[in-house]
Write a protein that binds this ligand. Structure first.
Ligand code: SAM
Ligand code: SF4
Length: 333
């Protein structure tokens, strides 16, 4: 293996998130506008290019790879990329291959994912109410996602539910969601809504439900014990003593977790974002396609040398600052 990727703040980059498509079969209102314009297909890296790029990162010390999007399971032929990454699990170069999905297509792929070495998946779900699900995703059907979750669990995948905390939307479902996950032996992580993408009419401050408040509400019913565990990511965890249920909190806005950041994000067009909350990025596509360009591993090292110290999201002055013009589906949530 080549020398590992170390950024200017001495953080080792060992986690790559790969957005394999910007497309999605849903239109969650905090993530996409209703009339999203997607990239022309010719702009996307081919699956073979995604393999070459991801494999270069693995040679440079990436040990964990998460496939995301857009919705990764709507990319045609996606399982050939999963299969390609699976060979790195078999060789021992990769510790974990996982994905984040809305689960609408999970019934088609769960068994194959397991046979290719995927052990855990994150599934995004913000409500258990059919009407509200249709509203937040603009046209999604809750039943399809619940069937996807069943399929994932039946295939033997460990499921973690990711729920975006949305004021006035799912506040009243805090306990039902917790109890549902407990009953199905699934971990649950809440995410603060982040100022990504210009959604036009939506006001982020109206949607913002601080996880500090959410946690306090949980504490009214359960005894919470902070867990030291950090799963290599930004989530902090508590255990509910009465049930043993683990709850995660991803709080980009009330806590800054940048000091331990070990990750970078690759878009489906081959751009590398060194930080979710900054615009600086490196275009790796020339190094994939043009023999005269900077060699790929060198281009990756040059990009990591620019990884910033942290993001600038901040809601504290009752206005949204650090707002990112791009959508989460572009960079991969
Ligand atoms: N389509 C897949 C899914 O929904 O799980 C993967 C991509 S999605 C962009 C990844 C995660 O980002 C989801 O859990 C979603 O809820 C979250 N997300 C999207 N936009 C967000 C925002 N503005 N703030 C916080 N989380 C967001
Ligand atoms: Fe699609 Fe995921 Fe964004 Fe929802 S959060 S619109 S499922 S990419």
């Amino acid at each position: 293996m080549s020398a590992p990727l170390i950024d200017p703040f001495l953080r080792a980059v060992t986690y790559l998130r790969v957005s394999v498509t910007d497309r999605c079969d849903l239109r969650c209102s905090y993530c996409m506008s209703e009339n999203m314009k997607f990239l022309p297909k010719r702009e996307l890296l081919t699956l073979e290019e995604l393999d070459r790029l991801s494999s270069a990162f693995i040679r440079l010390g990436v040990r964990k790879l998460r496939i995301t999007g857009g919705e990764p399971l709507v990319r045609r032929g996606i399982m050939s990329y999963v299969e390609a990454m699976s060979r790195h699990l078999q060789s021992g170069a990769l510790d974990e291959l996982t994905l984040t999905t809305n689960a609408t297509q999970m019934h088609r792929f769960a068994a194959d994912l397991v046979s290719l070495g995927v052990r855990r998946v994150n599934i995004s779900l913000d409500t258990l109410d059919e009407r509200k699900f249709g509203e937040i995703t603009r046209w999604g059907r809750l039943g399809q996602v619940l069937r996807g979750i069943d399929a994932a669990q039946e295939a033997g995948l460990r499921v973690k539910i990711n729920t975006v905390a949305l004021k006035g939307f799912n506040e009243d479902e805090l306990f039902p969601l917790v109890e549902w996950c407990t009953g199905r032996d699934m971990d649950l992580t809440f995410i603060e809504v982040m100022p990504m993408g210009d959604m036009g009419t939506e006001d982020r401050l109206d949607q913002y439900w601080s996880l500090r408040d959410l946690r306090a509400r949980l504490g009214e019913r359960y005894r919470l014990t902070d867990l030291a565990e950090r799963s290599g990511g930004p989530a902090r965890y508590v255990r509910l003593e009465e049930t043993g249920q683990k709850i995660g909190f991803i709080t980009p806005l009330t806590h800054n977790f940048c000091e331990s950041c070990n990750r970078v994000r690759l878009t489906c067009t081959g751009e590398l974002y060194m930080c979710l909350g900054q615009e600086d990025r490196a275009d790796l596509r020339p190094s994939l396609r043009d023999p005269a360009a900077v060699p790929l591993e060198e281009a990756i090292r040059n990009a990591i040398a620019r990884k910033p110290k942290g993001h600038d999201f901040d809601y504290s002055r009752q206005s949204v600052s650090g707002q990112m013009p791009r959508h989460m589906s572009h960079t991969g949530g």
